[in-house]
Design a protein around this ligand. Structure first.
Ligand code: NAD
Length: 257
């Protein structure tokens, strides 16, 4: 494994499961000190255990990304312990319930926007000054194919992810001249534990979803994490303000001839 991130400090939120866990592991295997945040303590502990020999470089933190004081304290801890930040992956998110707009509970809508969108604003607000003091770095925010499409029943989720795309572009514009590259990833149908459990409960729907993906399979969390880590690495040094769609072709449109 390469030492691409040796001496670098990476932050990953939602690191207790799925895509965030795989990204934390990949950063750590490539030499980074990783600050892994999540609400789920047990998930975080498992992530660290899975790192094996790299476990010592994963520092875990229980953080609610929707609470400003917790985000501020988390970044302050990173600053105090390392004095720098090189790569931030703002990835924690929730799907929320599925209801038509006229039935969508307003408090649920607010919660999804808070955890998925306001959290990305808060994260960048506190990460940017430390990235600047580190001489530059990268931010990757997790959007979704729902930042491009209109999945029925998922108004809050789609609105939040469209918002993440917009915030990413503004942040990229504001910081490109400060040697800070900011991009987003848009995962498609990714087989995290929750998606696998849902598919087991509703195999007909899962089958239908897979058929609609040109690659004819769901993505693995590690395949999404690899894209996020690439966007955090010098290999993508001229990529600014983009949303990289990683979806097995789901949003190509058109049809196979
Ligand atoms: P996941 O549920 O496996 O992981 C999400 C993690 O975020 C969990 O560990 C959870 O505890 C944490 N989290 C939730 N709310 C939090 C909060 N307020 N503060 C801190 N941590 C919190 O799901 P995943 O698929 O790995 O999701 C990661 C990101 O990818 C999310 O933003 C999600 O919207 C996005 N995404 C996932 C898919 C998919 O198919 N799985 C598709 C598109 C986008």
């Amino acid at each position: 494994m390469s030492e691409e991130f040796k001496g670098k400090v990476a932050l990953v939120s939602g690191a207790g499961s799925g895509i965030g866990r795989e990204a934390a592991l990949l950063f750590a295997r490539q030499g980074a000190i990783v600050y892994a945040a999540d609400l789920n303590d047990q998930g975080l502990a498992e992530t660290r255990e899975l790192a094996g020999p790299a476990a010592g470089s994963i520092r875990i933190a229980r953080v609610d990304v929707a609470v400003e004081a917790e985000v501020a304290a988390f970044i302050q801890r990173i600053d105090q312990e390392t004095g720098r930040l090189d790569a931030a992956f703002n990835n924690a998110g929730i799907t929320g319930g599925t209801y038509r707009i006229e039935d969508y509970p307003t408090e649920d809508f607010d919660r999804v926007l808070s955890v998925n969108l306001r959290s990305v604003f808060l994260a960048m607000k506190y990460e940017l000054p430390l990235l600047k003091r580190s001489g530059g770095g990268t931010i990757v925010n997790t959007a979704s194919v729902a930042a491009l499409t209109g999945p029925g029943g998922m108004s809050a989720y789609a609105a939040s992810k469209h918002g993440v795309h917009g915030l990413t572009r503004v942040a990229a514009m504001e910081n490109a001249a400060h040697n800070i590259r900011i991009n987003a990833i848009a995962p498609g149908w990714t087989e995290t534990p929750m998606v696998i459990a849902n598919s087991a409960q509703n195999p007909a729907f899962a089958e239908l979803a897979r058929k609609a993906i040109p690659a004819k399979r769901g993505g693995q969390p590690s395949e999404i994490a690899a894209a996020a880590v690439w966007l955090s690495s010098p290999l993508s040094s001229y990529v600014f303000g983009q949303m990289l769609v990683v979806d097995g072709g789901m949003t190509i449109g058109g049809f196979e001839f």
